[in-house]
Design a protein around this ligand. Structure first.
Ligand code: AGP
Length: 617
């Protein structure tokens, strides 16, 4: 996600802004920029660069960046490729207003078309430029001041935003506003200066007096005057100043000891972001531009091939179950590394789905290049906007979960599964292979998943205690059936890659065909045994393991009294439709792997031998 820093006061703004952007680098980004108002020359000097903050510093070096009012931004691309044109800050056509923005304006295309009809022109592909032009339009057409113009413009906006806006005709005031994206305001002594940022890390070294802006609030930072906050309905809001004492080293990770734990706990918000703007009409319809655009190909598709690696391959296995259940289209899931060299049979009517968090995995990229040469339609499910796989795809759906820093993939997995669920339901509805009733009930249930995730994640302390029992294990088995079989594979991979304990995932019924020979009192076995039509059968599998002294940890449906009497440890998850179960059953396994690795004193975020993105064969 993007990072924002702003300053108005008596000091030089530039060093504060640059240092603040460095503090926000952990959020991940692909370009950066600053805008600083020089009181002497009465100019707003803007510098932008694709790449790192250090590239921005090179761009500004030797040029005028004097001034004590400024805004700055690190961009994680959501609309428009990562380049200098799309980097923030963005300026209104008249040059009067400048903005930085973190979030997604869902209705930006409609707003842009309306502004184009009024003669406005656009330089970038971003939703942010639409917003600053809209504020300028409101200001010019209503003859209003900056605060009122921002407020009236935001009334027309659907989506998430944290913005800072500067008016060169009124350079003593910085206006901030937020909805669904974070914004913190630090207050200097005697209101002589204000520091604004996406979180406290760029602010804490200057002041510990902070105000956390709430949704649909607008703040007016006028140096020398008390902070003023109004609501979108123009009502005054009391300013609630908090004394914030934070350890900077923890701040980069949002207060968590590791990025992985932060990203595990970010998943409810990430899934909300992933669904944002895609489940519309008050939760009645799934609208995905890629599905709309390629409706004909999807209607006539006779086969879908999913190519991916690692965790993304596990998501692909769930995608197979979803698409076959709801679309009745045969799906093959291939390891990209195998697919690319197997001289595969690919038909021009095939649809090939590439799943990749980084969008840079060499094998997956090569696989879709091969498929594309055979005329298949390439559909990318990617997290990083503008990445190689995204650009090599004919179409696709970004998962919008924000940068994933921890090498072990967590929020990307649930984001991928969420997108696959939306695709399967949207295509199934178009093909008439999913009933309206099922379609509606699953959408309603999907919308509750973030809240249900929070219930599961609240068991973190309990899982931490359970994990201590496994820290000395040398092997573990993970067993599941149907939708929970890929979850078993994913849980095993999480444990392997960060705790270095050998773990294998299996279909639970497969145990009888050899692996049960491994089971004895030294073999912990994790069962994912939530309620569904195969529940009784997985109970039998569990009894076979217990009969051989296997130690069972079971992930069960809330209220399950049967397994409570059988397993050493149980972790409960809320009841959901079987097709949505992976979004919940994977969470305890992510937390289990994390706490086992921490108990072993290992480097959770940077496990040995691994890279976040495997860009080589
Ligand atoms: C998962 O925790 C691993 N980091 C790894 O298996 C990863 O999923 C795999 O390398 C694929 O990466 P991608 O999703 O970026 O293509």
């Amino acid at each position: 996600m993007c990072g924002i820093v702003g300053y108005t006061g008596y000091r030089e703004a530039y060093p504060i802004l640059i240092k603040g952007l460095h503090r926000l680098e952990y959020r991940g980004y692909d370009s950066a920029g600053t805008a600083i108002y020089d009181d002497k020359s009465r100019e707003l000097n803007i510098y932008k660069a694709k790449g790192k903050v250090s590239d921005l510093e090179k761009a500004a070096m030797g040029h005028n960046h004097c001034g004590s009012l400024g805004i700055a931004h690190t961009r994680w691309a959501t609309h428009g490729h990562p380049n200098e044109t799309n980097a923030h800050p963005h300026v209104s056509e008249t040059g009067q207003l400048t903005i930085v923005h973190n979030g997604i304006i869902e209705n930006y295309i409609i707003l842009r078309d309306q502004l184009k009809d009024k003669g406005y022109h656009f330089k970038s592909e971003t939703d942010t430029e639409v917003l600053v032009q809209l504020i300028q339009y409101v200001m010019d057409s209503h003859n209003t001041d900056l605060v009122t113009s921002v407020r009236l413009a935001l009334e027309k906006v659907i989506g998430a935003y944290a913005i800072l806006v500067v008016d060169t005709k009124n350079p003593d005031t910085l206006v901030a506003a937020r909805k669904s994206s974070p914004m913190v305001i630090g207050i200097g002594e005697n209101n002589c200066e204000f520091f604004i940022a996406s979180d406290a890390s760029p602010i804490i070294e200057y002041t510990n007096r902070m105000v956390y802006l709430e949704d649909e609030q607008i703040a007016v930072c006028h140096r020398g005057e008390a902070l003023q906050i109004i609501a979108l309905d123009n009502s005054e809001v009391a300013v609630n100043v908090k004394k914030v004492n934070l350890d900077l080293s923890m701040l980069d990770k949002g207060g968590y000891p590791h990025f992985m734990l932060k990203e595990i706990h970010d998943q409810p918000q990430c899934i909300r972001d992933c669904m944002r703007g895609r489940i519309v009409q008050d939760g009645k319809r799934i609208v995905l531009s890629a599905v709309t655009e390629h409706r004909e190909e999807l209607l006539k598709a006779k086969r879908i091939i999913i190519v991916s690696c690692g965790t993304s391959w596990h998501a692909g296995l769930i995608g197979k179950l979803l698409i076959e259940q709801f679309c009745r289209i045969p799906v093959e899931v291939a390891y990209a590394s195998e697919f690319r060299y197997s001289d595969p049979v690919i038909d021009s009517n095939d649809i090939v789905i590439a799943i990749s968090q980084s969008g840079e995995t060499a094998d997956t990229l090569a696989a879709i290049q091969l498929a594309s040469e055979h005329g298949a339609l390439i559909f990318g499910i990617v997290n990083v906007v503008g990445s190689s796989i995204a650009r090599a795809s004919d179409t696709g759906t970004y998962i919008h979960v924000g940068p994933e820093i921890g090498v072990a993939s967590t929020k990307a997995f649930t984001g991928q599964v969420t997108v696959l669920t939306m695709i399967a339901l949207a295509v199934g509805r178009e093909r008439g292979t999913v009933s309206e009733e099922k379609y509606s009930s699953l959408i309603n249930e999907l919308l509750t998943i973030p809240e249900l995730m929070e219930k599961v994640l609240a068991q973190d302390e309990k899982i931490k205690l359970i994990a201590q029992q496994y820290a000395t294990s040398h092997n573990m088995l993970y067993l599941g059936r149907a939708y929970n079989y890929p979850v078993a594979l994913e849980g095993a991979l999480k444990l392997k890659e960060i705790s270095y304990i050998h773990a294998e995932g299996y279909p639970a019924a497969e145990m009888k065909h050899g692996p049960i020979a491994l089971v004895d009192e030294n073999m912990p076995v994790v069962f994912i045994a939530t309620h569904h039509k195969l529940y009784e059968k997985i109970l039998s599998n569990m009894q076979e393991v217990i009969a051989r002294k296997g130690k069972v940890l079971a992930i069960v449906t809330e209220g399950d009294e049967t397994i409570k009497g059988m397993a050493e440890n149980i972790i409960e998850v809320p009841q959901v439709d079987n097709s949505l179960a992976p979004l919940l059953t994977v969470l305890p396994l992510q937390m289990l792997a994390y706490h086992v690795a921490v108990a072993k004193g290992l480097d959770v975020d940077q496990p040995r031998n691994l890279a976040k993105s495997v860009t080589v064969e």
